[in-house]
Design a binder for this molecule. Structure first.
Ligand SMILES: Nc1ncnc2c1ncn2[C@@H]1O[C@H](COP(=O)(O)OP(=O)(O)O)[C@@H](O)[C@H]1O
Ligand SMILES: O=C(O)C1=C[C@@H](OP(=O)(O)O)[C@@H](O)[C@H](O)C1
Ligand SMILES: [Mg+2]
Length: 172
């Protein structure tokens, strides 16, 4: 690994975007949210992309944009569906330390509102539980560090990530 970045992955609602900005401040890094990069590069909102190109089309766009991010010294909050993109995940693993924000199914259901309003990529007939079961093995596969977030506040989570990241010398 030649670049120093922290990449946050996990289910929608796990806290990637909110934790990411606080972590960036603590590490003295910049902050990038892949979802916003997608919106900037396409000139459309995420739900508009899903409407226009369908879920598969959105995943292709997400894969391509994340696979071509050129960043160093950033905390990168990804979108929850990025783990379906093989090229994206290979690239992100190359440019930094991948941190999985793990949240139990129970706490996730309490935190998330209407999934469709949130723009979650959900195949026809899929429940949140199906999605959780399908994705957890992917998050686990790509994680360099896993942080259990249940019942914990943001400051606490940021503290644990930065401690583990700095200890493992990922930043060199
Ligand atoms: N540790 C936490 N405890 C309680 N609420 C949290 C925590 N982390 C995030 N949240 C809340 O959960 C919601 C989803 O967070 P967000 O950062 O958008 O998640 P993601 O980017 O992973 O989808 C937000 O309303 C946020 O304030
Ligand atoms: O998990 C998903 O299917 C998605 C999560 C969203 O990001 P967050 O994980 O930040 O909510 C966003 O990328 C898109 O709407 C799809
Ligand atoms: Mg987010």
């Amino acid at each position: 690994m030649t670049e120093k970045n922290v990449i946050l992955i996990g289910m929608p609602g796990a806290g990637k975007s909110t934790v990411g900005v606080v972590l960036a401040k603590k590490l003295g890094y910049s902050f990038t949210d892949s979802d916003l990069v997608i919106q900037e590069q396409t000139g459309r909102l995420l739900y508009q992309l899903i409407e226009a190109y369908g879920e598969e089309g959105f995943l292709e766009i997400e894969n391509k944009i994340n696979a071509t991010l050129v960043l160093s010294g950033h905390v990168i909050a990804t979108g929850g569906s990025v783990v379906y993109g093989e090229e994206a995940m290979e690239h992100l693993s190359e440019i930094g330390c991948v941190v999985y924000l793990k949240l139990s199914y129970k706490e996730l259901t309490e935190r998330l509102g209407d999934l469709h309003k949130r723009g979650v990529v959900l195949k026809e007939g899929y429940t949140l539980e199906d999605l959780y079961r399908e994705r957890v093995p992917l998050y686990e596969k790509w994680a360099d560090i896993t942080i259990t977030c249940d019942g914990r506040n943001i400051r606490d989570i940021v503290e644990e990530i930065s401690e583990k990241y700095l200890k493992e010398s990922w930043q060199q």
